[in-house]
Ligand binder design. Sequence first.
Ligand code: NDP
Length: 248
Amino acid sequence: MSPKRKIALVTGASSGIGAATARKLATEGVIVGLAARRKERLEGLVTEITGGGGKAIALPTDVTDPASCKAAANALIAQFGRIDVLVNNAGQMPLSSVDSLKVNEWKQMVDVNISGVLNATAAVLPQMIAQHSGHIFNMFSIAGRKVFTGLAVYCATKAAVTAFSDGLRMEIGPKHNIRVTCIQPGAVKSELYDQITDPTYRKQMDDLATSMTFLEGEDIANTILFALKSPPRMDVAELFVLPTEQGW
Ligand code: NDP
């Protein structure tokens, strides 16, 4: 599938990997629907993309709410008639030890990292099925492959959606001609660590950031583009992308 003139919905587009992906897709001629909660961030990105000759629209969305995801997908369909790409990227990672019982943060991760992926997928799938084409990207993590202390719940959410991604690919590839790509990055520079309320884990992550060169959001965006530009017969099912200096 050529990315030219395609329509994409990117969740978590207000910062980090999602914003970088939206910028990259726009420079490739893709019309991008920017979905996240922070409206002013989305509007700023629309201005930036439009100023660079691209096209994007702000779609304030809470992925934990199925109706909000459906409204974002419907707005894109109403304006452009189709959805070719979904980037399921919204995510949260407030790290803590299990015995500190930060149950609200656990729920937040389950709601965004698992339910959010399911909600956004459900929102676009009928349109992609009707088109008999589409490409769904799921932004998972090295944390879906390995377990780390302090990340027990986060790892559980990423492992759950890694399994979902593979099952989704097996079901909708052959039947509906929809490709599914699971991206598993290592450490990427973003705002993800800002949500960590546990001072020990926050320091641990800040120290990590000074100990090696993290990937940039743009590196992950380029990875997405590689899979998107591959020929229609080819589904890049999984990509594990790490900083060269990441020794774990
Ligand atoms: P950021 O914190 O910069 O971005 C997270 C995005 O998710 C923001 O745009 C945020 O927007 C959005 N988001 C959070 N909650 C919701 C919600 N309820 N509804 C809609 N959007 C939401 O972090 P990253 O760019 O790093 O994270 C992007 C993805 O990459 C995540 O899934 C993360 O788990 C994954 N990842 C990141 C790695 C890293 O090292 N940075 C490594 C591996 C994977 P807003 O607050 O405006 O709603």
